[in-house]
Write a protein that binds this ligand. Structure first.
Ligand code: MEV
Length: 309
């Protein structure tokens, strides 16, 4: 990993363990309610090492400005407690580094939880790692669908739903532009807001959620057929639906507009929304879209989904 730094005095540390981030192309939020989503792994990771300690267990992630102990009541502190309990681990000082932007919808918390699980229980099975990571992820997310941890574990491109779990897709890697809003947000808060809208509006949220599930299935079929125009249209339709369920943000809408004007076939927010990142599908025009975003002072990069396994 290009940006990872060694923890200080690493001679007594465990072997490093790592796990990667993800991008949801279609179906975020809908997947919480049992619908299908399409997602792919990205080549950005969290890397973690542990060192036994006589004191309280701690977790330090300088890249995300996180420094917590097991008694802290903030989200990372609670996640640390849950991870240690699930892994039945003794007192440890955990040090992690990452090149995934935190709280941006790119799977940073799932990658962290899985890297910690692999680090604390190196001989555990993939199912045990998933269970340990899931216990930590439940502190970052409200009712996590499990897609982030599953994708981080399996890599590649995949469809996912709660019932069937992750199904790998045998499709070529997908190039996307990622625009960063720079606004950090809590997935748990966004998911809880959608849940309360679900019960309080006149069915608009439920209809938009079902629409996103349908567009995810259509987009998966389009991806399998190499039909990028339809995939792009499904992405834009989902962006609109994500606005209806209340997780949009004017800054994300502005980035979507810039990307579409620069020739993208589709663009949308990705992840929980309310901040975080936008993705745009612009085969062969990725760098034009990045340049257009840059001209409006939006930070962006090109990534390839499903290139890592
Ligand atoms: C978060 O990456 C995606 C959501 O659908 C939540 C989840 O699936 O747990 C918003």
């Amino acid at each position: 990993m290009p940006s990872a730094s060694e923890p200080p005095g690493n001679s007594t540390h465990t072997a490093p363990a790592s796990a990667g981030g993800k991008i949801i192309v279609l179906g975020e939020h809908a997947v919480v309610y049992g619908h299908t989503a399409l997602a792919g792994a990205i080549d950005r990771v969290v890397r973690c090492q542990a060192k036994p300690t006589d004191g309280l267990s701690t977790l330090s992630i300088p890249a995300w400005k996180i420094e917590v102990s097991v008694t802290d009541e903030d989200t990372p502190g609670k996640a640390l407690r849950a991870l240690l309990l699930a892994a039945r681990a003794d007192s440890v000082a955990l040090h992690a580094d990452s090149n995934i932007p935190p709280a941006a919808g790119l799977g940073s918390s799932a990658a962290l939880c899985l890297a910690v699980a692999r680090c604390l229980a190196p001989d555990a099975s993939p199912e045990e790692h998933r269970a340990i990571a899931g216990a930590g992820e439940a502190q970052f997310h409200d009712r996590p669908s499990g897609i982030d941890v599953a994708l981080s574990q399996c890599g590649g491109m995949a469809r996912y739903d709660r019932l069937g779990g992750l199904v790998p897709l045998n499709v070529p890697p997908l190039s996307l532009v990622v625009g960063l809003s720079g606004v950090q947000r809590s997935t748990a808060v966004q998911v809880a807001n959608v849940a309360s809208k679900m019960t309080s509006d006149q069915g608009q949220t439920a209809t938009a959620i079902a629409e996103m599930g349908d567009r995810a299935k259509e987009g998966i079929a389009a991806l399998r057929n190499g039909d990028m125009e339809t995939l792009g249209r499904c992405m834009s339709a989902c962006h609109e639906a994500l606005g209806i369920i209340g997780v949009g943000l004017p800054r994300l809408d502005a980035m979507v507009e810039v990307a579409m004007d620069a020739g993208a076939l589709g663009a949308k927010l990705t992840g929980a929304g309310g901040g975080g990142a936008m993705i745009a599908l612009a085969p062969g025009r990725e760098f034009e879209v990045c340049a257009a975003l840059g001209a409006e002072n939006f930070e962006s990069f090109v990534t390839t989904l499903g290139a890592t396994t």
